[in-house]
Each structure stands twice: as C-alpha cells, then as structure tokens.
Design a binder for this molecule. Structure first.
Ligand code: GLP
Length: 249
C-alpha cells in the first residue's frame, strides 16, 4: 500500500488524475469504476483539461458505477449517474454506452444486481477502482458491518450517511433517498488496483482508523489493506492523524 501525502487539494487532484491518465495511455480500453462525492471533483476537472488539450483520451475506457440511490431515475438531480455524466463523462467525451449504470429503478434489484456482477466479469473485471471514504469509513455505500465478501446489492443507508450526503443538494436528510445500490465490498476488493482519495480535516480521524487500527468490516475502508495494489492519496489535513503509516510526500 502506498500512502501519498499531497501538499493541498490541487496537488491531490493532479496526482489522482495522473493515475487514471497513465492507465488510459497504457490500456485505452481498461475497465474503471469512478466515485461520486466532492473529493474527486478536482481530479475530474484536471482530467477534462487534459482531454481538451489532447494529452489523454478517456473515450475508450469502460466504466462501471460504484454506487447510486435506489428509486432514483437517471435524470433525477440526486442521481449519481447524472452526477458523473456531468462531472466527467460528458465533458471528457466518454460515450454513454461505455458507462454501465446500476439498476436503480429495477423492480427486481436482486436479479438486476446479479446481472451487474456478471457484466463486470464479462468485461474482464475492474482494472482501477477509485474510492472516496465516507465519514464512517464506508466504501461506495457499504456501510459499517457490510460483509467483506458482499456482492452488488440493495442497502439501507445509515443516518450518518443521510446527514453527510444532504450537503450535496443543500437540503436536509429527508430529501436523501434512504436506500442505495452499491457495488459490494467483495466486488470492490476484487479490483486489480485501488486508488482512495481523502481530503480535509473531516476525514483525518476515519482515515487514521482505517489505516492504523484493526482491519474490520466495521470500518470498510480498512479492508483495503488486504489488497495487492492500493494507493491512498491524502492531503495534509486528511493525513494529519496518521502516526504509524509510512508516507511518500
Ligand atoms: C458518499 C458516496 C461515496 C463517496 C463518499 C465520500 O456517500 N457513497 O461513494 O466516496 O461518500 O464522499 P465525499 O467525497 O463527498 O466526502
């Protein structure tokens, strides 16, 4: 596991963009899963700039959604699919048929989630999984206590997550859907490479817990320590509570 400390959010964003750009240059049709949330927005802005200056081409990559709200259509303002379309896919010229959406409105989520897993396998598996970290250590929408081998499934969101995600739309937690479809921890952990981004003092405590305390399903991000190729990029504020982790500046 490499833990890279970025000097600030801009530095974090550039370094993270470099990881995806390097993959796209080496394997233009690689399979990638991107995260929503505020943390990767700077990375996406850097990538869009590089696409516009023709330094990188993301249009042949294939993407799988990490998580999304259940019962929310793709054109809903709360849809993570729509979020990523606007934040990266459309401006970076990724065709819609290269983005595999989660079954957020399917009446039979169990069968649809099984089909999602099959689609990932048919694509050859995830080459690069980008992740943020939830305030409670969740990965995607795998809340604390999610089984390490869990597949893509319908989940109930915790009050912590409802409250922390209400900020995305400037509303209260009552406007945040209470259920989501998420790639499972098993699905996420099977990716060949992981890139986790953490920015800001609000992530310092959970990042230290995930990296320096027990590996446990109660802190899903801690399970990444069992994976073969993990890069964590944290800015100084998010890394401020790390005591024992060897870091690269
Ligand atoms: C959200 C999403 C995650 C995201 C995380 C961190 O709830 N489900 O995919 O990575 O929480 O979000 P942010 O980057 O806004 O802190």
């Amino acid at each position: 596991m490499d833990v890279v400390i970025a000097s600030d959010y801009e530095d974090l964003s550039r370094r993270a963009a470099g990881v995806l750009a390097d993959l796209a240059l080496a394997r233009p049709d690689a399979v990638v899963s991107l995260a929503t949330g505020e943390t990767p927005l700077g990375m996406y802005r850097v990538l869009i700039g590089w696409v516009e200056s023709r330094r990188v081409d993301l249009s042949r990559l294939r993407f799988f959604m990490l998580d999304d709200y259940y019962g929310v259509a793709q054109d809903d303002r709360r849809s993570f699919y729509r979020w990523l379309q606007q934040a990266i896919f459309e401006p970076a010229g990724v065709p819609r048929h290269h983005v595999y959406p989660l079954p957020t409105t399917d009446a039979d989520p169990v069968a649809a989630c099984a089909a999602y897993e099959e689609a990932i396998a048919a694509a050859g598996g995830i080459d690069l999984q980008l992740l943020g970290i939830g305030a409670n250590g969740h990965l995607g929408f795998n809340e604390p206590g999610s089984p390490a081998a869990s597949p893509t499934r319908l989940v109930d969101l915790t009050e912590t997550t409802l409250e922390s995600n209400a900020r995305y739309w400037g509303t209260g937690p009552e406007d945040v859907p209470r259920q989501a479809i998420t790639m499972g921890l098993g699905t996420i952990l099977r990716a060949r490479r992981h890139l986790l981004l953490a920015s800001g003092a609000a992530k310092a405590e959970i990042l230290a817990r995930a990296l320096e305390e027990q590996i446990t399903e109660e802190a899903p991000a801690s399970l990444l320590r069992q994976c073969a190729a993990v890069t964590i990029i944290a800015d100084r504020a998010a890394a401020s509570r790390l005591r024992r982790t060897a870091v690269v500046e």
